[in-house]
Design a protein around this ligand. Structure first.
Ligand code: 13P
Length: 255
């Protein structure tokens, strides 16, 4: 049984006051929720103050990106060790906005994934096709290529979460149907099995991301290979994110 994993990607939203308010609300709403891992990925400058805000709770913190080098003349960037310094334990790598807006390549993402794991943190590695790629019937081929170029037997599967985020579903209100998402998630698990073997691949959590909302979370999370969600817009509203966390908790069998 894979523990459901709900992550909020805040992207470039929230100032310090707003961030503290959101965390305070989530502390309250998530206090009674058991059996779900919850991760908050705010803008990097908020990681230090929010480490204090989540202290004493099970809420975890992550960064949205990292540079692959340990230090150096990389204006505007931050290293894995800097993220670790804040107390954050995860880094999102390969988000479609990093790939498409900032031009990150599979080669660079491979280095980033390895740097994160070498630095003792965990990775959420994002994959997903564009609308033209889906319409051309290339979804699985695109996702397989993104996996093959970045993951390998020596990239520790125990430190890895994969997020399937179809680019056409991000911020558009168009969600992949549970069946569409499940099909790709199963394909991802098959690809991971080829790299890691069945036992390790079965333990990797695969999140779905792309317009996840309180109204569609339960149906998505009910699919056998959808182990959680990487939530954008809805994670900025405490009540919406809490409802998605609750939907994940509903999928956990009673002890
Ligand atoms: P939305 O939930 O706003 O579609 O964003 C998804 C996403 O990109 C999460 O990383």
């Amino acid at each position: 049984m894979r523990t459901p994993f709900i992550a909020g990607n805040w992207k470039m939203h929230k100032n310090l006051v707003e961030a503290r308010e959101l965390v305070a609300a989530l502390r309250e709403s998530s206090a009674g929720v058991a059996g779900v891992d919850v991760l908050l990925c705010p803008p990097a400058y908020l990681l230090f103050p929010l480490a204090k805000a989540v202290a004493g709770t099970d809420l975890m913190l992550g960064a949205q990106n990292v540079h692959e080098a340990p230090q150096g003349a990389f204006t505007g960037e931050h290293s894995v060790a800097m993220v670790a310094d804040t107390g954050a334990t995860y880094v999102i790598i390969g988000h479609s906005e990093r790939r498409h807006v900032f031009g990150e390549t599979n080669d660079q993402l491979n280095k980033k994934v390895r740097a994160v794991i070498a630095g003792g943190l965990q990775v959420i590695y994002c994959v997903g096709e564009t609308l033209p790629q889906r319409e051309a019937g290339k979804t699985q081929a695109v996702v397989d290529e993104q996996i093959d170029a970045v993951l390998a037997a020596d990239v520790d599967a125990a430190k890895l979460t994969v997020a399937y985020e179809p680019v056409w579903a991000i911020g558009t209100g168009k969600t992949a149907s549970p069946e569409q998402a499940q099909e790709v998630h199963a394909g991802i698990r098959t690809r991971l099995t080829g790299i890691y073997g069945a036992q390790a691949a079965n333990a990797v959590r695969i999140q779905y991301g792309g317009s996840v909302k309180p109204g569609n979370a339960a149906a998505l999370l009910a699919e056998p290979d959808i182990d959680g969600a990487l939530v954008g817009g809805a994670c900025l509203v405490a009540g919406d994110f809490a409802a998605i966390i609750s939907a994940a908790a509903e999928t956990v069998p009673a002890a």
